[in-house]
Ligand binder design. Sequence first.
Ligand code: HEM
Length: 406
Amino acid sequence: MNTISMLLKSMLFMGIIAGLLVLDLPTNLFQTSNQVSAQDSLGSSSPANSTAMAPSKPGSSVRPPASQKWGVNATVPSNIIPQDSSTTVWGKIRLGARGSVSIPNKDAGLLVQSGGETWRQYRMGPLVSYSGWIILAVIVLLTVFYFVRGRMKISAGPSKNKVERFKLLDRITHWMTAIPFCVLALTGLNLIYGRDLLLPIIGPEAFTAVTVAGKYMHNFMGFAFIIGIVLMIILWARHNLLDKYDLGWIKAAGGMLSDKVHPPAKKFNFGQKIIFWLVVLVGASLSYSGISLMFPFEFSPFQGTFAFINNFGSNLPTNLEPIHEMQLTQSWHAILSVAMIAVIIAHIYIGSVGMEGAIDAMWDGEVDENWAREHHAAWVAELKGEPEPKPYKGTFKSPESHVAHE
Ligand code: HEM
């Protein structure tokens, strides 16, 4: 009889416990004095929030500890497991707490980095949509410009004379930068848009081959691009310093809006100077961020940059996790490349279909003399020992005829 009543009592006791658990009673009911609640330890973030991503159904593969599911601290005897086994452990891990590991890769001590999710959302969302719209907008604007303005002609018509504009080394340098850049741009865009645009057209096998080949080309072409930029700096930087003709060129909108307006310029006009410095500065930053991505975790470009920027009053984080550095580097690399692709599309337009006679400069190195006088009068005057022209004083639609034609 005694045994039966004891059995009934224990069943009742267990039933009450189970009932309390199912009814989700307050956490502190089960909290002993030496246990710290997850809420206390995590400040403003509740344990419920901290496990918002984890599936809570029993039987799921990543089940949170019972303590978090039911809001009760785990009751692991502290004399058996000496570590802190309270709920705060999971909460802290979810919020990016770093543990220690004995393997050489110390970064493995970081199990969850919430910034990764933020980065993934940016990578799959705004990066894809904004980049696409920017590139598309540039193409549409140039197309509209072409149909409204037409091809920029040599106003005086082609001359019989040619002027040497770029030597062989200049042209090699240009194409050594341009060809790799185009390959880098296409293989890079494939990484963002390939799955949506190319895969449905060419199928998975061809797409895999193209993407793998593209990845290797992207890595190797980067070095040719870097060499090209270094050579460009050596050969052209001195021609791209500001001079007295730039203001007139800006006021005339480069003569792009009227066939009759020809602001004089030296070897490079103001527009070309902008392109040059963008290529050099953005290209350098693209190269550095690209190398950082190629050799993961070897560089920490943002930590130092943020520390430097903080000298001017900002409060950017300077203690970045290596994985956070990689995420920022990827974002920066992508933003810069889209900006540079947009600018280079405009450059390609002007250098080819947009302007009669321009491509000759980079093709055989010689340009039509009338073209040279209309676009680079000060440079031609210097070349031929003629008096230098005055800076342009008119507007973008009222010409000043100080351009001498033969
Ligand atoms: C692939 C198509 C391209 C074409 C048809 C093209 C055409 C040209 C032409 C005709 C010039 C000489 C302009 C003059 O005589 O004043 C030039 C110059 C230049 N190109 Fe390109 N280019 C191309 C791609 C690129 C790329 C991809 C880059 C850089 C990533 C680049 C960077 C430059 C720079 C910095 C200059 C000197 C400044 C200027 O003229 O704007 N080019 N290009």
